[in-house]
Design a protein around this ligand. Structure first.
Ligand code: DGT
Length: 230
């Protein structure tokens, strides 16, 4: 075990990395990203960055997540701008640990959610252009590279049931149709790779499994994360 650790560190130093080996965890709403992160939280080599949902619920006292679901036409641009900022903060957050594990990314915010808002004609043309201009600038001028994508693949009906069960106040009115549509976008982006650009190699896990059976699936990607190879 110690030898493995030393080897890993040596590889890390050899690569002369200026940033940690970065893994992003993607998947539909309710696909189990938080559970996945918690599983790896116990490892002392991993800096785990959960999604800043709490910040979205309280930006100077404003619940932007709630506002976005209540009146998407009015608030999606505001919400998306803040999501993009908080994701940028996560991507650029410094750590001395060799591995960084992030819940979602600036990429899924743009490639999945902004895409969805565009398809639903919720974002106006000018609003979309401003979001895109920011996205294009930061992704070209800052190092937001990732090394691995873990795609928690689910079916919309399963995640809809989970979402209803967890009963987050803001998500009460989210229909199954929305999850179906987001599912398709995730599939096209990370499974079929026909939509936008995939920022790193992808590992696909069956995240329909319930909590008692999911550990085996998680173990599948443990070696990819810790040996840092795909
Ligand atoms: P998990 O652990 O897989 O159950 O993850 P969730 O469902 O807690 O996390 P996530 O990112 O799928 O979604 C949290 C809430 O925030 C959910 O209502 C969707 C929403 N959300 C996340 N990112 C964006 C975004 O960029 N745009 C929009 N419109 N909504 C977003």
């Amino acid at each position: 075990n110690i030898a493995k650790r030393i080897l890993k560190m040596a590889n890390f130093l050899k690569e002369g990395r200026t940033r940690p080996y970065t893994v992003i965890v993607e998947g539909n709403i309710g696909s189990g990203k938080t559970t996945f992160l918690n599983y790896f939280n116990r490892n002392k080599d991993v800096c785990v960055l959960a999604e800043p949902v709490e910040m979205w619920r309280d930006c100077d006292g404003y619940n932007l997540l709630g506002a976005m679901y209540e009146d998407p036409k009015r608030w999606s641009f505001t919400f998306q701008s803040y999501v993009q900022l908080t994701m940028l903060q996560q991507h650029t957050k410094e750590t001395d640990l060799p591995i960084k594990l992030m819940e979602r990314s600036i990429y899924s915010a743009r490639y999945c959610f902004v895409e969805q808002l565009k398809r639903d004609k919720v974002l106006s043309g000018p609003s979309e252009s401003v979001i895109n201009a920011w996205f294009n600038w930061v992704t070209s001028n800052k190092n937001l590279d990732v090394d691995l994508v873990v795609y928690l693949r689910t079916t919309p009906e399963v995640v809809y049931e989970r979402m209803m069960k967890r009963n987050r106040a803001e998500e009460k009115s989210v229909p199954l149709e929305y999850l179906k549509s987001l599912h398709k976008i995730h599939e096209d982006w990370l499974y079929y790779k026909t939509l936008h650009h995939c920022p790193a190699p992808v590992i696909i896990l069956n995240a329909n499994l319930d909590r008692s059976n999911i550990a085996n699936e998680y173990e599948k990607c443990e070696s990819h994360i810790f040996n840092k190879e795909v």
